[in-house]
Structure formats: structure tokens, C-alpha cells
Write a new protein. Sequence first.
Length: 470
Amino acid sequence: MEEKKARSTFSSLGFVLAAAGSAVGLGNLWRFPYLAAKDGGGLFILIYLVLVLSFGFALMTSEIALGRKTQKSPVAAFGEIGKTWKFVGWGATIIPALIIPYYAAIGGWVCKYAFTYLTGHGRDAVDASGGFFQTAIGITADGSVAWQPILWFFIFITATFIIVYLGVENGIEKASVILMPILLIIIIFIAGYSTFVKDEVSGRTALQGLSIYLVPNFKGLTLVKFLNIVLDAMGQMFYSLSLAMGIMITYGSYMKKDSSMPKSINQIELFDTGIALLAGFIMVPTVYCFLGEEGLGSAGPSLMFIALPQVFNGMGSFGLVIGALFFVLVIFAALTSCISLMEAVTATIMDRFNQSRKVSVIITYAIALVIGLIVCLGYNKFLFEVSFASVSGGQILDILDWATNSFLMPIVAILTCIVVGWVWGTDKALEEVQLNGEKFPRKPIFVVMTKYIAPVLLFIILLNSFGLFG
Ligand code: PFF
């Protein structure tokens, strides 16, 4: 008879680095700096910090406590509280399953940029009109199929697959323990270097741009604008901390009972927020320095994929080295996040359908390959026109992003607060958090946030997703 295998576990450091690896990703490196520049610099940062330390912290605590208590992945974990709540776990599993394909497609674009810089062709990526970027993502003028994005997507998703296949200790923990410290060193180095650059043509320095990033800008601030900044910060915080996606429940289920939960949570928050702040520290001042205020208007992908290569170019020949380091850093960040997404789905298949890791991860990989292929082809002119994307006006990637982050995520998060706060009860959650007599100074914040404030704020995020606040 087959013996039931003990659940895999992370070491204390392994847990923090794996969870931080999940949290630190494209959201920190490209979305945070862009939002900070758009939303009043220091004002956005201040609001973001308050939200991470209260709201984000409460939800992260709920999820990790639920995972460690039940030692199960999301569906089974919610099922332990009551069979009725299993659907919340399913919701939390569908989200990463839908995020993986588009996250890996973007990971593929980053690989293409890193390859270009590492092979000494960084200047090819400098194209203010975005031609290089269009080729990288597969927009072809005649509707022919572009193979490059598919190839790079395949490389990225396969690397993710191999690490998850190797398991919790030998794959995820090892990858996180190696990649996260390197990532930290690279980002500190780039931040240090880029603070002192100067554009000889315009005479601007990065140090001048630092004030745009750090000083709160109240110019033209109205109540509606302020609310929109708060909403931007809330959405960003959720995405950045990998909340409401089943991940912290799954990783919590691998946390050792003698690891300190309050300390680990502090460290994950610090890591994630620190990297986001450093990314802004690099991008906002340098883009201002080399491209002026208009450069800071670059929304979404164009900030990282079109504006930054121009910045690296402006830094002279050493800029190409910085560019290579930067895109390698982005690969590491995206990879550790994608690993966590794939693990959340894999663990659910393993627990729910009693399958081996091997079978479960192959199923997850296969689903990701199919949907990812569709995402990559979504930029093809011909396929775009015949697909439903043309009706909604967005790319398939944008549709998946909206459906997961703006629609499903707030719903799952509201339900998580209700189930943990009212059904399971914050007292039970606190027992798990304070196991072994751990001190938990933010206990009152956790209780009030989870039970009362977070569900209301989440409901507002949900309404905002449907454009109710303009
Ligand atoms: N937190 C990651 C980021 O900031 O890019 C992205 C992410 C990973 C989102 C895992 C959601 C998730 F479940």
C-alpha cells in the first residue's frame, strides 16, 4: 500500500524568499514606478505604504494563516472551514491559471530584450517609435505569424515548468534562494549608478528628477483625483503582494510550524515594497533626465520596453551593461512570480484530484501553453480582427489582465475576508499566527481590517473596475 507522503516544507528563509519571489515581479518593476510618476510622486508612495502595512498585511496574514493551519492548497483549505466555501478556493485557483499565460508571454518579451543586450546588440532595442517592441510582441504589418514571441514565451514557461516540476524544496526554494539575493544586489547597484547620471544634451540630471518621484505633488489635487490615487494604490498593492490568488495560501501550507509568521510577513512586505521603491528610484529620475517630463507619461509596457532602452542608450556605452543587468533582473523577478502562479495551480490539482506532482504540473503546463499561444497570437493583425478581442477593443492579454485583477481578484479577496474574519474567525487565525507564543503587535489592525474595513474597500475597488468612479 502506498504511504501518504508528508507535505513538503520550506525552511524559514526559503519561505520568506519564495513568498518575496512571488511578490516581487513585473508589478514592482514597471507598474509601481509608472503609477508613482502619474499619481503625484510621494503622495502615491505614502498612500501605498499605509495600505501595505494595514490592508495588504491583513490579507496576507489571513491567507498564510489559513494555508499553514490547514496544510492544504486553496480549494481544500477553504473546504476545511466549510464545504460551502470550496468555491472561493476554486476562484482563487482560476485566477493564477489565467494569469500564467499572459505573465509568461510578457516574461518572453523580457527574455528577448535581455538576450539582445547580453549579445551586445542593446542599441537595436532603442527605437522611440516602438518598432523593436512591436516585433518583440509579434505585431506584423501583413498579418503573418510572428514566431519570436512564441519562441521566447515557450522558453520562459518551460523554465518555470522545470523548476515547479523539481518540487518545493529542490525547485522553488532553491531557485528563490539563489535568484532573490542576486536580484537585490543588481537592483541596488543600478539604483546607485543611475542616481548620478546626467544628460549632456539637455543638461538635466537624475538627481533633479528625484524630486518628481519623492516629493508629494498636490498641484491640481481634487477629491476625485485623490480617490483615484487611493484606488490605483490599492489595486497595485494587491497585485504586488500576490494576494487573493491562492498563492499565499499554498505557500503558507509549506511553512514550518516553528517558523515565525509575524516576522516572515514583515520581511516579505519589506522586500516587496523595498524593491518597488528602488525600481521607482531607478526609472522615474532617469526617464526624466533623458526624456523629460513627456517621457514620464509613458504608460504600461512602453515605460519599460520603449522609454528605458532610450535611457540606457543615453548613459553611454556603460548604459548597455546596465541595460543587460536590468533585463536579467526583470527575468529573475518575473520567473519567481510565475513559479508561484504555477505552483498554486499544480498544488490544487495534486491535493484535489490526488495526482502526483509530475502529472499535476504537466497538466498546468499544458493549459498554460495553449492559452499562452493564444495570447501570443493575439497581437497578430489577422487573428485580432477575427477574435472577440476586436469587439472589446482590447488585446487578449489585456482582457485576461482585466478579468483577473479587476474582476475576480476583488471578489475572491472579499470572500476571503468574510470567511476568515467571520466564518473561521479571527481568533482561530490569530492562534495560528501566534503559535509558539510569537508576538504579533499589529493584531488589532489585523482584526479590524479583516472583519470590517477590507471588505468595504474591496467592494469599492470592484465598483471602480466597472468605471463607477470615472
Ligand atoms: N506579485 C507579482 C508582481 O508584482 O508582478 C505578480 C503576481 C504574482 C501576481 C503572483 C499575482 C500572483 F498570483
